[in-house]
Design a protein around this ligand. Structure first.
Ligand code: SF4
Length: 172
């Protein structure tokens, strides 16, 4: 949706703990049933619109979701990276303060610092090593859940081989 895409993002503090997000992921991760539902929704425009509106309301309230259509929440401690004012898919940037505050909105906590803290609290710090692909701007306003169930997303990559090839370093 245009509104979300061109609105000026502000770091958002999720309204549910990371543990709630990880539990929901167990329910929503791709399986045969969800894949069939996704295929049905894609064939039914009114159903797709209704479903997407429900996803929008739910995730906007809980995570400040802006409907980028390629959800990173499961690998960012259930903190939305698209609420970073720089829309960084791999953060934080060099401007984060020593106390973890955003460079653009110094009164708000950096979403990537929140992501690390929430992932750490749930034993998922390894997720923060993953390399996210740039957002595909054609997907804005589309359902990230359907995209996930239908395999229309590029999962984040293990940066190990790239770092080793380019810099000769081996990540921990
Ligand atoms: S779909 Fe995109 S904008 Fe919405 S919560 Fe996930 S990463 Fe954030």
């Amino acid at each position: 949706m245009e509104t979300e895409r061109f609105s000026w993002p502000r770091p958002f503090r999720p309204r549910i703990p990371g543990s709630g997000g990880y539990r929901s992921n167990r329910l929503l991760r791709r399986n045969a049933v969800w894949a069939r539902l996704g295929a049905l929704l894609e064939r039914t425009p009114w159903g797709y619109r209704l479903f997407t509106a429900t996803e929008r309301v739910t995730k906007e309230q809980l995570f400040g979701c802006r409907m980028c259509g390629q959800c990173a929440l499961p690998t960012t401690g259930y903190t939305c990276p698209m609420t970073c004012p720089k829309e960084l898919r791999n953060g934080p940037c060099g401007g984060v303060s020593p106390t973890g505050m955003c460079e653009v909105h110094p009164s708000l906590r950096c979403v990537w610092v929140q992501a690390y803290e929430r992932a750490e609290a749930n034993g998922h710090t390894g997720d923060l090593d993953l390399l996210h692909h740039p957002a595909d701007h054609r997907e804005w306003g589309r359902s990230a859940w359907v995209n996930h169930w239908q395999g229309h997303e590029t999962p984040p990559a293990d940066p190990g081989p790239l770092l080793h090839r380019q810099l000769g370093v081996t990540p921990r």
